[in-house]
Write a protein that binds this ligand. Structure first.
Ligand SMILES: [Zn+2]
Length: 305
């Protein structure tokens, strides 16, 4: 069974200007690298369908979702927070980004695919139940987890967030839901700043600026791997941000492609053991185009092999 690669041209239509690091060119960089690496031909490519309001209401307040629909401008731009804007096509992009995650769950849970990668934007992991934040409008990975639990009855879903920023939105949405084991490694102190200690099923792993791959792998091995294995996930989700890469100026970690290969393989061992290898990865951050393309290719290949 192949890996399904899910995206949609509408995800490129959210464009809030050349100064913004979360740009449509990020998806081009991924596609270009998949072609030059030869990986492109091994993927089953699917076009996402848009998420419905009902999909979004599972993880966001109804009033928040309705407000986002109502705020979509006909012209110009509206600001949802200091660094999150909406232009006329942003809602479309956000709906297809969330919808890709619905499709990914359906494909993997039905057995049509073993793994899926959602090449989508805007990203999602900072979006809280009732708040857009940090480039994120709807929380895509949370939409996937909620769909898997509600439609397929899963009781244990692991979300591994290796973006350099804490996944505050995902923590906020699942803080009181022990069916989700949420693991987030991130630079601290750093945006989004007010990170709490988590709880028994929210495993926050703050690491200092300058963290390199060896110390990152060591911390994850010590603090996460046995707990994720003991949780025995029925589905493994990645919030796959690649802004912890050494070449990415957004933050100050020193990860390289081999580190993304490592975390993917460690999670694949757990997925193979507990859930027939079912894994879904959705794009979060990653702003250096070359490093992003290379890292995604390595990550996808490690999921497939
Ligand atoms: Zn990030």
């Amino acid at each position: 069974m192949s890996l399904v690669f899910i995206s949609h041209p509408n995800c490129a239509l959210h464009d809030v200007g050349n100064e913004h690091p979360e740009s449509p060119e990020r998806l081009d960089a991924i596609n270009d690298r998949l072609i030059t690496s030869g990986l492109d031909f091994s993927l089953v490519k699917l076009q996402a369908e848009p998420a419905t309001k009902q999909h979004l209401y599972r993880v966001h307040d109804q009033s928040y979702v309705d407000e986002i629909f109502a705020k979509t401008p006909e012209h110009g731009m509206v600001h949802l927070d200091d660094d999150t804007q909406m232009m006329p096509r942003s809602l479309d992009a956000a709906l297809y980004a969330a919808g890709a995650n619905i499709m990914a769950v359906d494909k993997v849970m039905s057995g049509e695919a073993k793994q899926a990668f959602c090449a989508v934007r805007p990203p999602g992991h900072h979006a809280e139940r009732d708040k857009a934040m940090g480039f994120c409008i709807f929380n895509n990975v949370a939409v996937a987890a909620a769909h898997a639990m509600e439609v397929y009855g899963l009781e244990r879903v692991a979300i591994i967030d290796f973006d350099v920023h804490h996944g505050n939105g995902t923590e906020n949405i699942f803080f009181d839901d022990p069916r989700v084991l949420f693991c987030s490694s991130y630079q601290y102190p750093f945006y989004p700043h007010n990170v709490g200690p988590g709880n028994a099923h929210i495993l926050n792993l703050p690491l200092p600026p300058g963290t390199d791959g060896d110390s990152w792998q060591e911390a994850i091995t010590e603090q996460w791997l046995a707990k994720i294995d003991a949780f025995a996930p029925q589905l493994v989700l990645f919030s796959a941000g690649f802004d912890a890469h050494f070449e990415d100026d957004m933050a100050h970690f020193k990860l390289v492609e081999t580190d993304y290969h490592w975390i993917t393989k460690e999670m694949k061992k757990i997925a193979d053991k507990h859930c027939g290898g079912r894994m879904i990865s959705t794009l979060e951050g990653g702003y250096n185009y070359s490093a992003l393309g290379r890292s995604v290719a390595v990550h996808i290949k490690a999921m497939m092999d």
